[in-house]
Design a protein around this ligand. Structure first.
Ligand SMILES: Nc1ncnc2c1ncn2[C@@H]1O[C@H](COP(=O)(O)OP(=O)(O)OP(=O)(O)O)[C@@H](O)[C@H]1O
Ligand SMILES: [Mg+2]
Length: 272
């Protein structure tokens, strides 16, 4: 089982969109997936129309078990743990708790029956974000190519390094730097690609194909649907499908571009 956190300290770069489509995409391709909303904004519940009284907050506080908080069968093979703004107070409520950064990892330690756990996180290094990263084996950093999101990506990687230093027994691999809202005709996208390619660490894990800008993504989530339900023939449906295959096959073929072969060539070696 792989635990994949989606993180970037900058807001609005496509974290939630990616978490939802990675989780839903993996489950569409046959994996059993748990999607965990570790962001008190609680966007996942809204986007996938999940209603659940007990949330990640109750799990973190030890007031509910995994079975109490998990919403099963949100889509075929896809279960979800939701968050609500009530989780904003967790920081204060858990102030005196020892090792409070690893509560989620301990609560989910005996989890089984899933091929992958995908965690959405908030645009700040708060307690829930630390908990998501300390549970994760892998991290994906989405970078919006229409702005200066690279700064947020650098800060996020600095946070990942800090975690590796403070908890050396944790494995937290950078699975991909994922360009989102890619529009190759704009200077902003070109400049962002150049900046990512200049950064040694990000260049190595840069998923060059990226996710193209596609307004259907916004409409889909507003309609409480995934892109495959709302607009299966859209650019974003095609791009997220390819990215899901890339993750399933181990995330090795990071350099494949739109014209090149992608991870499909190695579909035999499925990891998730
Ligand atoms: N490929 C895309 N093309 C066009 N719009 C997109 C794309 N991906 C995401 N968006 C839009 O960008 C906005 C921000 O996306 P999202 O909510 O996923 O970001 P986020 O990083 O989770 O934000 P926050 O930091 O607030 O949690 C949303 O309106 C979403 O619909
Ligand atoms: Mg979000």
């Amino acid at each position: 089982m792989r635990q994949i956190a989606i993180a970037n300290m900058k807001g609005g770069v496509g974290k939630t969109t990616t978490a939802i489509h990675l989780a839903a995409g993996l489950s569409r391709q046959g994996a059993r997936v748990l999607l965990v909303d570790a962001d008190p904004q609680g966007n996942v519940a809204h986007a996938l129309a999940v209603r659940r009284e007990r949330t990640i907050r109750d799990l973190m506080l030890g007031q509910a078990s995994f079975d109490d908080v998990v919403a099963r069968g949100v889509r075929e093979r896809l279960d979800v743990i939701t968050a609500t703004p009530a989780a904003f107070t967790l920081e204060a409520q858990l102030a005196g708790e020892p090792q409070r950064e690893t509560i989620l990892a301990r609560r989910l330690k005996t989890l089984n029956g899933y091929d992958a756990v995908v965690l959405d996180s908030s645009p700040a290094m708060n307690l829930l974000a630390y908990n998501a990263l300390l549970y994760a084996s892998h991290v994906i950093v989405p970078v919006s190519m229409d702005g200066m999101a690279i700064l947020g990506a650098r800060q996020t990687l600095a946070g990942v390094h800090q975690i590796r230093e403070l908890w050396p027994d944790r494995r937290l691999d950078l699975l991909a730097v994922l360009p989102t809202s890619v529009n190759v005709t704009t200077n902003a996208t070109r400049a962002a690609f150049e900046a990512l390619a200049d950064d040694e660490e990000m260049r190595e894990r840069l998923y060059r194909r990226g996710i193209r800008q596609c307004i259907d993504v916004t409409y889909a989530l507003a309609q409480r649907q995934t892109i495959w339900e709302y607009a299966p023939r859209s650019r974003a449906a095609e791009d997220y499908d390819a990215f899901v295959r890339f993750v399933r096959t181990g995330g090795a073929d990071v350099s494949a571009d739109r014209d090149g072969r992608d991870a499909k060539a190695r579909e035999g070696q499925t990891v998730v």
